[in-house]
Design a protein around this ligand. Structure first.
Ligand code: GLN
Length: 312
């Protein structure tokens, strides 16, 4: 097995910036009005290795809303608490093949949220976080995220408010799940916690650290703390492989060959198990809600560093 040198990584990031700069198209998410206001030309890349080395270029320290990427990390907390088997029974594991906020997917599968990375499944997963009050549950949600970053995190109040004012569709999904027996706490409280979780400020560098915890078998490579049981990491990466980019997951996997997770804030993280994680921030999205430049840039790095899991 060839090892990846620091110089290889620096070169690959430089190349990815070029590739990203030559990739146009896409639009900021606008169904959450505050996301439409984020400058579209922000672009940053970060790589964090399993040895804890950090490489960045561009706007890698600019905070943005984590959005759906939070789903892949809250999942770790709940899986550790109730076990992968129980989570599969109560939420599910299978791809929907539908957009991230699909109601039809739920209806077609007898009310099942199907997997923890679509809105329905992510809200069902939030409803399984322990705590007697909303405050206690929130402390557990953000506490888990901060173990992954190893750094304090804040909520972007503007995005939180904007998303709260416009999240009627998610509220509908939460109550639909309740009617089918897949919502394990008060639906309105769960939507609020989920919305706040999606509004957490994150940077590409922090995202790469979070992803590197998965690349490193569940141990944060910077502060060396265990953040998730080792046995759960392959299950989470399997979820990311199947559904991390929603109805764009197949296209991503053909081109990248790595588990990834996107968010409508323009973030995208990919994990090369045993090696490193890479993250990118660029707001314009394709119709599935995945960063256009982000996908091109990470695919370039994966190619340059020969990280595709399916290439022998
Ligand atoms: N908070 C967003 C929503 O619920 C997350 C969607 C996403 O990032 N794909 O619609």
């Amino acid at each position: 097995m060839s090892t990846i040198s620091d110089q290889d990584i620096i070169q690959a990031i430089k190349h990815a910036i070029e590739v990203g700069n030559n990739t146009t198209g896409g639009q900021n998410a606008s169904y959450i009005p505050a996301l439409a206001q984020v400058p579209s030309d922000l672009f940053g890349i970060a790589i964090v290795t399993c040895e804890g080395k950090v490489f960045t270029q561009g706007d890698a320290d600019t905070p943005f809303a984590i959005e759906s990427i939070s789903k892949a990390f809250n999942l770790a907390h709940v899986m550790d608490k109730i076990g992968a088997k129980e989570l599969r029974t109560r939420v599910g594991a299978d791809p929907t093949g539908e957009p991230f906020n699909s109601v039809m997917a739920i209806e077609l599968h007898h009310g099942s949220p199907l997997n923890p990375l679509v809105n329905a499944g992510a809200m069902a997963t939030v409803s399984l976080v322990e705590g007697d009050t909303s405050d206690q549950i929130w402390t557990n949600i953000i506490g888990n995220m901060m173990r992954f970053t190893g750094e304090p995190l804040t909520v972007n109040q503007e995005i939180y408010k904007s998303e709260t004012d416009t999240n009627q569709h998610n509220r509908g999904i939460a109550w639909l799940l309740k009617s089918y027996g897949y919502m394990y706490n008060d639906p309105d409280m769960v939507v609020d916690l989920y919305t706040r979780m999606c509004s957490i400020n994150i940077t590409a560098k922090q995202l790469a650290i979070m992803g590197a915890c998965y690349a490193n078998g569940g141990v944060n490579p910077i502060d060396k703390q265990r953040v998730v049981n080792q046995e759960n990491v392959p299950c989470i990466l399997a979820e990311m492989t199947m559904s991390g980019l929603y109805d764009g997951s197949g296209d991503w996997l053909y081109k990248a060959g790595l588990p990834g997770k996107s968010g409508v804030g323009g973030g995208l993280v990919a994990v090369a198990p045993g090696k490193l994680a890479m993250a990118v921030f660029s707001p314009p999205l394709d119709p599935c809600g995945n960063s256009v430049k982000g996908q091109a840039a990470l695919q370039s790095i994966i190619k340059d560093l020969n990280l595709n899991l399916y290439v022998s």
